[in-house]
Design a protein around this ligand. Structure first.
Ligand code: ZN
Length: 263
């Protein structure tokens, strides 16, 4: 265990962002009786040890989706809620140690993290099916989930209805990841994104699964407009798969997509 692999940022009283070497974010929400850990990172360190410095309450773990950088460390906990659509052999394979080791970023390597730091067998992880609309009652704090399909079929957003916070995973990020392996068609992302924007306009603050976690309502509105422009430019799917960015790649905000996977 090396705690320095994780950086903890207190977002407000009882709400923490846990940054895994600048690679991905998990969020810890404290209630009066229970706590919820949203996503659990690749697993470069031992998260339960870190969490024990933040709370003595039991921890319920749930993943926004089953990619290895969000569900990978699930084996460190007794059980992990995963969107039920994603309890498949394919997603299990994506969480194997071999594939999680491939997720090491250059930033992580610069910090001295090697493949050896990523351990643990996914077959030790107990995946519990998470239905659409599942509610987590933490005692004085209620978190309701809903699907925003697109990045994956089961991509889930967690809405903290007590504190008006939204945890997005990869459903919505400044660089919208709709160009990665096995995303749904780009057009399928719009309804869920509009639902999230409506909540943001009602006063919810958004946090996403990568970077510093910040995501603004203005950028989300812009991304929705960009996606509509892409669909106008490409009335049909192209035949050849490729990775594209609109209007161009920018870490500040853009849409990643595959012109062969729009409809
Ligand atoms: Zn993902």
């Amino acid at each position: 265990m090396n705690k320095s692999f994780y950086t903890v940022e207190k977002l407000e009283e009882g709400t923490f962002r846990i940054d895994e070497c600048g690679r991905d974010n998990c969020y810890l929400l404290l209630g009066e009786e229970d706590t919820l850990l949203i996503d659990c990172s690749i697993g470069t360190g031992h998260l339960p040890t870190l969490l024990s410095t933040l709370t003595r309450l039991p921890v319920t773990v749930a993943a926004t989706h089953a990619h290895g950088d969000h569900a990978g460390a699930g084996y460190q906990f007794p059980a992990l809620f995963v969107p039920k659509e994603e309890i498949t052999l394919n997603f299990r394979i994506q969480n194997l140690r071999f594939y999680r080791r491939k997720l090491l970023s250059n930033t992580m390597k610069k910090q001295g993290i090697t493949k050896k730091n990523i351990d643990g067998s996914i077959f030790r992880a107990k995946w519990l099916p998470m239905e659409d609309g599942r509610v987590f009652d933490l005692g004085g704090r209620t978190v309701r989930t809903f699907r925003v399909p697109g990045h994956t079929a089961g991509s889930t957003v967690f809405a903290d209805e007590t504190r008006l916070l939204l945890f997005l995973g990869d459903s919505i990020c400044p660089v919208l990841p709709m160009h990665t392996y096995r995303c749904l068609p780009l057009s399928s992302w719009l309804p869920g994104a509009r639902r999230v924007l409506a909540l943001a306009n009602e006063g919810y603050t958004m946090f996403c699964g990568h970077g510093d976690g910040r995501m603004s309502a203005e950028l989300l509105a812009q991304q929705i407009a960009w996606v509509q422009e892409i669909l106008k430019q490409y009335p049909h799917n192209e035949t050849k798969h490729r990775r594209a960015f609109y209007p161009e790649f920018s870490a500040e905000g853009c849409v990643g997509f595959d012109p062969a996977n729009l409809y």
